[in-house]
Design a protein around this ligand. Structure first.
Ligand code: SF4
Ligand code: SF4
Ligand code: SF4
Length: 270
């Protein structure tokens, strides 16, 4: 039967509505919290090279975006609401665009006004390398030795963004003794190959490899970070070494889906 709702009915209705609102708020907040805080160890989601420890980073970073602007390969982005990171903080998604160090002097660190990305570790590494060279050559560095290149390599070595890992050997083409023929990258992204002065668009470059070794061939740290090891019967597997700094170039270039090699961030990001 219809008619005007009684006071009791109205009270029950209001109580049910209030309970529903509270429940939805609690569930929504929990889901947001879990999304933001528990899915933080995403492979390939990295802080810029030289970032201080995550807790200090969150205090120090003022989200000014200068590191984003200076990066010549546009590797750094500012986190959006759905990026699993604190809103507005800078990160690198190695699946999209890795840090290839082609800016040479770690420009994101140099430009950071607060020290959230700590340029001092790079400066010290570069200075140490130069002093070692002077010592090695008795104070006179010969003209055929380029101190700048040696300093740059020393700076890369302290970037400490994470560590590459093989997700599943079965996923790797080399593990099956297979080659690769096709574009260096499946999407447009920039890379300066080792030993080259020019950046290339990885989608525009065709590569042919008898045995796939893209992760090894283009690593900015070279054989101190990764090598292709023969495991018998014409099969190979990349071996990640202590010199890997987690730049993500290997992850960006690995042609398999899902990726056979990914970078795990050096610590949980928030
Ligand atoms: S060090 Fe890497 S992320 Fe930083 S500016 Fe250079 S290329 Fe970009
Ligand atoms: S193996 Fe090389 S390319 Fe891959 S993350 Fe380590 S340093 Fe970068
Ligand atoms: S690029 Fe990928 S598929 Fe190729 S060797 Fe490296 S891990 Fe294996």
């Amino acid at each position: 039967m219809g008619g005007k709702p009684t006071t009791t009915n109205r009270r029950q209705f209001l109580k049910a509505t209030a309970t529903a609102i509270v429940s939805l708020t609690v569930v929504g907040s929990a889901a947001y919290y879990l999304r933001d805080k528990s899915s933080v160890q995403k492979t390939g989601i990295l802080r810029p090279p030289g970032s201080v420890d995550e807790e200090d980073f969150l205090y120090a970073c003022i989200k000014c975006g200068l590191c984003v602007q200076i990066c010549p390969v546009h590797a750094i982005k500012l986190a959006d609401w759905d990026a699993f990171l604190s809103y507005g903080t800078p990160y690198i998604d190695a699946n999209v665009q890795a840090c290839d160090f082609s800016c040479d002097a770690i420009q994101c660190a140099e430009t950071c006004p607060t020290g959230a990305i700590d340029f001092q570790i790079f400066r010290r590494a570069g200075d140490r390398a130069y002093e070692q060279l002077l010592k090695q050559y008795g104070g006179q560095i010969p003209p055929d030795v380029n101190p700048f290149e040696i300093q740059i390599m020393a700076m890369r070595r302290v970037a400490n963004m994470g560590k590459a890992v093989i997700t599943d050997p079965q996923q790797c083409l080399a593990y099956h003794g297979k080659g690769y023929s096709g574009p260096l990258g499946k999407h447009h992204a920039l890379l300066r190959p080792p030993g080259s002065k020019e950046r290339i668009d990885i989608a525009e470059v065709h590569v042919e490899r008898e045995i796939c070794d893209l992760c090894v061939a283009y690593c900015p740290l070279g054989s101190e970070a990764i090598e292709l090891k023969e495991i018998g019967n014409g099969k190979y597997l990349p071996e990640i070494k202590d010199g890997c700094v987690g730049c993500g170039v290997c992850q960006m270039l690995c042609p398999t889906d899902p990726k056979a090699i990914v970078v795990e961030p050096r610590e949980k990001l928030a």
